[in-house]
Design a protein around this ligand. Structure first.
Ligand code: BJ8
Length: 424
């Protein structure tokens, strides 16, 4: 596992010795969390293979593409529109760090009271232990939370960095400004790739990303079944890897999985015993390999049936209308679609609460676990309104705060077990 890529990692200027430490722990973690599950859908073999060589297969593909003159854009937020990059024959790769392994390197330069996602992302770059951070020709940041805004100043010291100014409100004038921001991003992408974005190419790119969204949505739809054909953990893995993969292959693999799940539903195959409590997880994103909460929930007598997170429904819900038209019209359509993402960095953000209630009903959940990554002030504060609204709806909710360490795992398990038990 992860053995044959040393030359590539060396050429990328990685810290091989420290990277070996990461490679040594990941297979065990994956084995404990994933391979211990029974009766998994066979189509998960694709994602198992990708994880087994997560720093090998896809990085090697990206480097090959770069040899053909393609440019790789590293992103940290679901607001950065993939369509624009694809339209210029560029490649997008997610860069959010989800491992505690990277946190100490991040803490060398960031305040400890920064959220682990940011600390891990910065640590992965500065510690030279993630090939994706080494490969990206350009990083694309955004003005979402304060922690990220300041992190770009450190990350951008030795990598070209473009920052998209994301509005903090969703008034008409904010959306119009966001459209301009997308048009500006398109110019930067054109300059970086050397390729022109034409209306036809953008229309094609919109179709490619919509197809990926639809395929992911099909997998999610299958989780509405009474007999759950797949675990939450497996779907989380699918979504996490969707940020790194080629979008067309991603769609193909998700559709293949959805076919199998639909077949399982027809045959009544389930991966959980009847009566297992159904949980919706809402809150902060879970970047790979952050499987902590899902693992605890699914080994505490419950199943995760949906994620209202950016590694969940916020990533794929809503499509860009495929109406074509001028670049300007398409940028407007893209701006509209992305402004439907309800992130806690907006105010007001009452539509997120509505989303959570809608999803809770659609997925027939018994309860909601609202998770906050430690030191994320936005989701932490919004948790108050979320809990209030859910209680008014009579939907049981458990608010938790956690990080990437295992220090609180047992305490979390106790609380989650008690919550699940309370669900009757
Ligand atoms: S659209 S959720 S991906 S900003 S958890 S780094 S907010 S302190 S990740 Fe996000 Fe885009 Fe929003 Fe989604 Fe900051 Fe909070 Fe950390 Fe966060």
């Amino acid at each position: 596992m992860m053995a044959n890529y040393r030359e590539m990692w060396e050429a990328l200027g990685m810290d091989l010795e420290n990277h070996d430490n990461l490679c040594a722990v990941l297979p065990d973690a994956f084995g404990d969390v994933y391979l211990s599950q029974e009766n998994r859908p066979e189509s998960m073999d694709f994602w198992d293979m990708v994880v087994a060589d997560i720093h090998g297969i896809r990085p090697a593909e990206l480097i090959e593409a770069q040899k053909d003159g393609k440019k790789v854009f590293g992103t940290f937020c679901v607001f950065v529109p993939d369509e624009v990059v694809i339209a210029a024959d560029g490649i997008v790769t997610g860069l959010c760090g989800g491992s505690q392994f990277w946190v100490p390197d991040g803490e060398k330069v960031l305040p400890k009271s920064t959220c682990p996602l940011i600390k891990a992302s910065v640590g992965a770059r500065l510690g030279k232990t993630c090939p994706f951070f080494r490969i990206a020709d350009m990083y694309v940041g955004e003005t979402t939370c304060d922690g990220k805004k300041k992190a770009w100043e450190i990350l951008g010291q030795d990598v070209p960095m473009h920052i998209m100014d994301i509005p903090q409100m969703k008034r008409e004038k904010d959306i119009a400004r966001w459209k301009e921001e997308i048009a500006d991003f398109a110019k930067v992408v054109e300059e970086t790739t050397g390729n022109e974005i034409t209306p036809e190419k953008l229309a094609d790119a919109i179709k490619i990303i919509n197809a990926k969204r639809r395929a992911m949505k099909r997998v999610y739809e299958a989780r509405k079944a009474d007999k759950l054909p797949i675990s939450g953990k497996d779907v989380l893995l699918m979504t996490q890897i969707a940020f790194f993969d080629d979008p067309q292959r991603c769609a193909q693999m998700c559709n293949r999985l959805a076919d199998e799940l639909e077949d399982r539903i027809e045959k009544g195959v389930s991966v959980f015993p009847e009566g297992t409590k159904r949980i919706l997880v809402s809150g902060t994103p879970m970047a790979i390999p952050n499987w902590k909460l899902h693992h605890i929930i699914e080994t505490s007598g419950a199943a995760v049936v949906c994620e209202e997170t950016c590694t969940g429904t916020r990533y794929f819900e809503n499509e860009v209308p495929e109406t074509g038209g001028s670049l300007d019209e398409q940028f407007a359509a893209i701006a509209d679609r992305y402004m439907k993402i309800n992130c806690a960095c907006f105010t007001p953000n009452t539509d997120r609460t509505k989303d959570i209630i809608r999803l809770a009903k659609e997925y027939k959940v018994d309860g909601v676990i609202d998770v906050n990554l430690k030191f994320c002030c936005l989701y932490d504060t919004e948790g108050y309104s979320v809990e209030q609204a859910l209680k008014e709806e009579g939907i049981p909710v458990l608010g938790i705060e956690t990080d990437y360490t295992d220090a609180d795992a047992e305490q979390l398990r106790t609380r989650i077990e008690a919550f699940v038990e309370m669900l009757g």
